[in-house]
Design a protein around this ligand. Structure first.
Ligand code: CMX
Ligand code: CO
Length: 147
């Protein structure tokens, strides 16, 4: 069951400048940064609020680290902006299977590694009314990190 907005993914050309914008304009601080080589991004997670399912909602600021990454391709076509939304679930495998059974293309056969050790998969935007949609099950250590 999808129980929260886990994050909104925002593609940018300059991660440090974009982080600065969110800090100076809204007061949002960086909660976590990492490079995800498989996804081809350097990212900053800004925690916006905690949620009633024990998780949290974030902004995920994304800068490509390779020319052939999906985010680099998207930026070249669209410029900066909202790239995807992500819903949080306790069981990404079950939710992805149920959604696949409804005829929506799930992009990965098995979930891959996302921010902070989470397990993620994506739904094709053409099957989701134009919205690239991610499903996320956060790692237990995310909750430890929050303590
Ligand atoms: N939102 C909405 N539509 C999108 C889109 C997006 N983010 N990315 C691509 N599209 C649309 C394109 O506009 C295009 O539509 P048209 O044919 O009407 O022009 C169509 O989908 C195909 O796009 P494309 O540019 O040819 O791109 P690809 O098919 O090569 O890749 C996708 C699209 C969704 C398969 C690819 O972006 C993908 O695998 N995404 C999942 C992984 C990812 O995004 N990782 C980065 C984030 C990591 C994280 O969140 O941790
Ligand atoms: Co994401």
């Amino acid at each position: 069951m999808l129980t929260r907005i886990d994050h909104i993914g925002i593609a940018c050309f300059d991660l440090d400048a974009t982080v600065d914008f969110y800090r100076t304009t809204y007061g949002f601080e960086v909660f976590h940064t990492e490079v995800n080589e498989e996804q081809g991004v350097r990212e900053a997670m800004l925690k916006i609020n905690e949620t009633s399912d024990g998780g949290a909602s974030y902004l995920q600021l994304l800068q490509p680290v390779r020319e052939d990454s999906t985010v680099a391709k998207w930026l070249a076509k669209n410029g900066e902006g909202v790239h995807h939304i992500a819903f949080g679930t306790a069981d990404v495998d079950a939710d992805a299977a149920a959604i696949r059974d409804k005829g929506v293309r799930v992009l990965y056969d098995q979930p891959r590694t996302g921010s902070m050790g989470s397990r993620i998969t994506f739904l094709h935007p053409k099957d989701c009314h134009g919205v690239l949609t991610e499903l996320v099950t956060s790692a237990e250590r995310r909750h430890d990190d929050q303590g």
